[in-house]
Design a protein around this ligand. Structure first.
Ligand SMILES: [Zn+2]
Length: 318
């Protein structure tokens, strides 16, 4: 709770233009210690690779040569790794702008009294999604979507589904349905599968910022310019973070982090949009849970709480 209160109180950050730049590999970086001093954080090394920054309301951890950052206990992937130069950790300027600042200093938006949330049950019809034995991802996403819509309505939101039945729906039609019905948020629901049966846990995707590489793209995709969905970059990330945080902290799911990808359903979204991967059908422990309706109820509950946290942060100050 302390973090949330502090976040709500959050003053504006000092402008990044005050920091001196270091160019590495054609990309502008700043020294993390310089940024920390400017924004009132204290920094120290936890070991030879991990660097921690703290102030009264936030704790950030960075790892040299890694894109994984930890923000108040939750993993978030940067678009470029933190580097080490003359014993000083460097962060890409773009990552401060597109990831660190939007999470620490959320922008308040024009509020709506009763937000309308579009829930997208991944796959459907001839697109089964992942298959594990007799289990089809498209059926699980639909039952979770129905449960989430019911719980959102109980919590005072309005909600609708992109598909309410086992029907085929093109990927780019989904954000289009959300736009036509005037949705304020778009949440696409999926379940993971991997060859490695040990892989487990939750991850939430939001759209990769322009000219940045996606989390899983091994540096590819950096040539892609702005997409319509990038207009909501800051809100996309904030929503993804609070959904991930809620699943990890409430349900003790393994934290696979907030990630970036240019998924088709996120590219054209005209409202804040995320894609949730709520566990692995291929993992014995995850699947036992997610095949049970009691667990999916809890999962939906955690997503409702994540949406509430997001809404509290973006609501205009009173
Ligand atoms: Zn899927």
């Amino acid at each position: 709770m302390w973090m949330l209160l502090a976040w709500l109180a959050g003053a504006a950050p000092a402008p990044l233009s005050q920091l001196s730049r270091v160019s590495v590999g054609g990309r502008e970086h700043v020294r993390l210690q310089d940024w920390a001093r400017l924004q009132g954080f204290r920094g120290h090394w936890l070991n030879s690779r991990d660097f921690r920054l703290t102030n009264s309301s936030a704790r950030l951890e960075f790892t040299v040569n890694s894109q994984r950052m930890i923000v108040n206990g939750i993993s978030v992937f940067l678009t470029a790794p933190v580097l080490l130069q003359s014993a000083a950790p460097l962060i890409a300027l773009a990552d401060l702008q597109t990831t660190v600042h939007p999470l620490l200093w959320p922008t308040r938006r024009q509020g709506v009294k009763t937000p309308l949330i579009c829930i997208d049950a991944g796959h459907g019809g001839r697109d089964t999604g992942n298959l594990e034995g007799k289990r089809l991802e498209k059926d699980l996403t639909l039952s979770l979507a129905r449960e989430l819509a019911a719980q959102l309505r109980k919590a005072g939101y309005k909600a609708f589904l992109t598909r309410s039945w086992d029907t085929s729906l093109e990927l780019d039609t989904r954000p289009e349905i959300a736009r036509k019905r005037g949705a304020h948020l778009f949440v696409s629901l999926h379940f993971n599968a991997a060859g490695n049966r040990e892989a487990s846990g939750a991850e939430v995707y939001c759209l990769t910022p322009p000219y940045a590489a996606s989390t899983n793209a091994r540096g590819e995709g950096a040539g892609t310019g702005p997409l319509p969905g990038n207009r909501q970059n800051d809100a996309n990330l904030l929503l993804a973070y609070h959904l991930q945080r809620s699943m990890v902290s409430r349900l003790k799911m393994e934290d696979r982090g907030v990630r970036r990808a240019r998924w088709a359903v996120l590219r054209q979204a005209t409202m804040p949009a995320v894609l949730v991967e709520a566990g692995f059908m291929s993992n014995p422990d995850d699947s036992k849970k997610l095949y049970s309706s009691a667990w999916r109820k809890q999962l939906a509950g955690s997503l409702v709480e994540g949406i509430k946290s997001y809404q509290r942060l973006i609501a205009p100050a009173t």
